[in-house]
Each structure stands twice: as structure tokens, then as C-alpha cells.
Design a protein around this ligand. Structure first.
Ligand code: MN
Length: 139
């Protein structure tokens, strides 16, 4: 089955590049130019992977990721942050928001596709037996 990737990115050049690379690699690409549209698309389309730009107009990518991760219907969708300024503190913030990984911009196409493939390989193929079971009595 064709894997679906949602790209949430407000920069047209980055959107174009990411879409081109993903489509050439055989993925189906969904596009959103801001967080609100991205969240709406994610909820209706349930993509396998979401590439989330951090700097977006209005709601930023971190808040969007928090909202996506709070949605039970999107537990299987992985979120990858796209950011131009990936320093140590930023990575912690992205992880804290629920991002599964991050990719630094500008996009380096080999690394970009390798990271996407790696994350998709781990998605939807059953657990490795040690799945994330810890749920400390949350509500
Ligand atoms: Mn941006």
C-alpha cells in the first residue's frame, strides 16, 4: 500500500522540494500551508507520516504537533519536525512536543529520504514487542 505523507510547510520552495522528493520515492503527498489546515487534513486523511515545519504563520509546528499527538485517531501517524535551527535545546523542545524525529533544513535529499524511509519502515508493521505501554494512569 502506498504510504501517505502530509507536508505542513509555509515556504513554497521547501514544499515543492519535499513534495518532489517524496513523490519520486513513490509516496503519496498531501500538502498544507499552515498548522490549522495540516491538522484538519491529518484528521481526515490519517497519513502515515507528517512532516511538520516548526516556523509556521499563526500556530507553530510544535503546538500543531501537540494537538496531533493528543488525537487518538492519529496515534499511528509519526510526526517529523522540519527546522532550520536544530540545536540541542530545540531538539528537546521538539521531542517534548511529541515529534518522533526531526530533519534539518535546508533539505539534503539523501538524508531526507533515508529518514522518511526509516520512520515509515517502523510504522504500521506491528510492535516490536516492547511498544510504548507506559501510560501512568492518565485520563
Ligand atoms: Mn516555515
Amino acid at each position: 500500500m502506498t504510504k501517505r505523507v502530509l507536508v505542513v510547510e509555509d515556504n513554497p520552495a521547501n514544499m515543492k522540494l519535499a513534495t518532489l522528493l517524496l513523490e519520486q520515492a513513490g509516496y503519496q503527498v498531501l500538502q498544507a500551508g499552515n498548522a490549522i489546515d495540516g491538522i484538519a487534513l491529518a484528521k481526515t486523511q490519517r497519513p502515515d507520516l507528517i512532516l511538520m515545519d516548526i516556523q509556521l504563520p499563526g500556530m507553530d509546528g510544535l503546538e500543531a504537533t501537540r494537538r496531533l499527538k493528543a488525537d487518538d485517531g492519529l496515534k499511528a501517524s509519526k510526526v517529523v519536525a522540519l527546522t532550520a535551527f536544530a540545536m540541542k535545546g530545540d531538539e528537546e523542545r521538539m521531542r517534548a512536543a511529541g515529534c518522533d524525529a526531526y530533519i534539518a533544513k535546508p533539505i539534503q535529499y539523501k538524508e531526507f529520504l533515508a529518514e522518511v524511509a526509516k520512520l515509515l519502515a517502523g510504522a504500521g508493521e506491528g510492535s516490536d514487542g516492547g511498544g510504548p505501554k507506559e501510560d501512568p494512569g492518565g485520563g
